[in-house]
Design a protein around this ligand. Structure first.
Ligand SMILES: [Ca+2]
Length: 437
């Protein structure tokens, strides 16, 4: 949840095994470069001293006095995993590849250059965490070239395909498991609905689309992924500066989680690195670290927010998130809409573009749409608020349309995509229907 959720998630998902994760941890422990070895072990260096040290090193490096100088973070040569831009996750249509297994190619640790030390200093300042501790954490992070590739936007120009997208998410298995999850957690779902007004079926569908109800929570070590995106964000990304800053803030939030919620954040009874999506989204609900801290709810009452292991906490947190973004209790998410006849009329074609322009943002009252000559269903005509005219591309076939309500828009705050919202809504309907059968 990105609050700002665009790049999030969508990684292919395959847990690296415990053994492999353990090996990675062992490697982490074994590795002490000259700087880390000097500063971090035992925490003997004070805050102020460590910060001063980081600053002096940054200055030295900036002056070219140290090997490595001003080179950017290591960009290792790796066997590329073979994603074409068209296959690359990014927006709605890339999402189906989220659960596609993909080998994790761990790169080297980052060079302790000026950019690295500057990041350590900023993170320490931002979080008030000891610079020595921040330096120790980031010194163990690995560069992940894969996440740099996956974060790039999907190629534009290809028509999307709602029906194909729908088919990828509304599988028989996802519906059946959703039904089982709903039954197993009926009490918490009812509690969340009572408290936040969000139907349990919508919460379940989000968990189903995000992680198959907790089965696939990510394959990338979160610290590696976010350090890579904060320190070595692809310079050719169209929104480089904004996104790099976003991921730096998420890295800061991750460090605070690691410090504040060490038990929730880590795997039980192990020291394995926590895994996330390629963009750092965590747990059953795939919350970004800042959203975990901001919207996470201790719904099972054990005294901590644990989105990795507690389905109850995940349920409460998803419902809380949607409520915080304006979910209105009882309001339909959307209405069926078929404007094709109207569009054939003059001068409707010109008006049509202006109706589509706001995209998913509810903008038009039912009265206004009817005044333009559009035919609304009786339910849509009575909608107590504004509506968005949402177009869904169907590849070579004609577009589909729905009228999205404020609640449709709220679901897109989880992931900025009308296709995502429709998949969640239709999955929630299918799960409900399966329970009645
Ligand atoms: Ca809890």
């Amino acid at each position: 949840m990105f609050g700002n959720h665009q790049d999030r998630a969508h990684a292919s998902v395959l847990f690296i095994g415990r053994h492999e994760a353990h090996q990675a941890h062992q490697a982490h422990q074994a590795h002490r470069d000259w700087l880390g070895h000097w500063i971090s072990p035992g925490g003997v260096v004070t805050h102020a001293l460590a910060l001063a040290l980081v600053r002096s090193l940054a200055l030295l490096l900036a002056l070219g006095a140290c090997p490595g100088g001003l080179a950017l973070a290591a960009a290792p040569e790796l066997n590329q995993p073979g994603h074409s831009a068209a296959q690359r996750p990014g927006r709605a249509l890339a999402r189906p590849s989220k659960h596609t297994p993909r080998p994790l190619l761990k790169g080297p640790r980052f060079q302790k250059n000026a950019a690295f030390l500057g990041l350590v200093e900023r993170l320490s300042t931002k979080t008030s965490l000891p610079p020595s501790w921040v330096l120790e954490q980031l010194s163990g992070a690995h560069h992940l070239e894969q996440v740099r590739q996956l974060i790039m936007p999907a190629a534009s120009g290809t028509r999307k395909n709602w029906l194909a997208y729908r088919a990828r998410f509304l599988t028989e298995e996802r519906i059946r498991w959703g039904q089982a999850f709903s039954q197993a957690h009926a009490r918490e779902l009812k509690k969340a609905e009572d408290l936040y007004g969000v139907p349990g079926s919508v919460v379940v569908a989000i968990l189903g689309v995000e992680t198959l109800y907790g089965r696939h929570m990510g394959q990338y070590p979160a610290l590696d992924a976010l350090t890579t995106l904060a320190l070595d964000f692809p310079p050719n990304h169209p929104r480089h500066d904004e996104r790099a800053q976003f991921f730096e803030a998420e890295l800061a939030a991750l460090l605070l989680l690691m410090k504040d919620e060490p038990h929730s954040y880590s795997h039980s009874h192990s020291h394995s690195p926590i895994l996330s999506s390629y963009a750092g989204a965590l747990g059953m609900a795939q919350f970004m670290p800042s959203n975990w801290r901001r919207f996470g709810v201790d719904f099972d009452g054990d005294g901590r927010v644990d989105l990795m292991h507690s389905a109850s906490d995940a349920i409460g947190s998803v419902a809380h998130y949607l409520e915080a973004f304006g979910w209105r209790r009882g309001l339909p998410t959307h209405y069926a809409f078929e404007p094709s006849e109207w569009r054939m009329k003059e001068p409707a074609a010109a008006q049509w573009e202006s109706l589509l322009a706001p995209d998913i943002l509810p903008t038009f009252s039912p009265e206004r749409l009817q005044a333009l000559g559009l035919t609304l269903s009786p339910e849509a005509a009575l909608h107590p608020g504004l509506l968005a005219v949402v177009a869904l591309e169907n590849g070579a076939e004609p577009d589909s349309y729905v009228l999205g309500s404020e609640n449709f828009y709220v679901i897109t705050r989880y992931n900025w995509s009308s296709y995502y919202a429709m998949a969640v809504i239709e999955l929630s309907q299918e799960i409900q229907a399966a329970q009645l059968r």
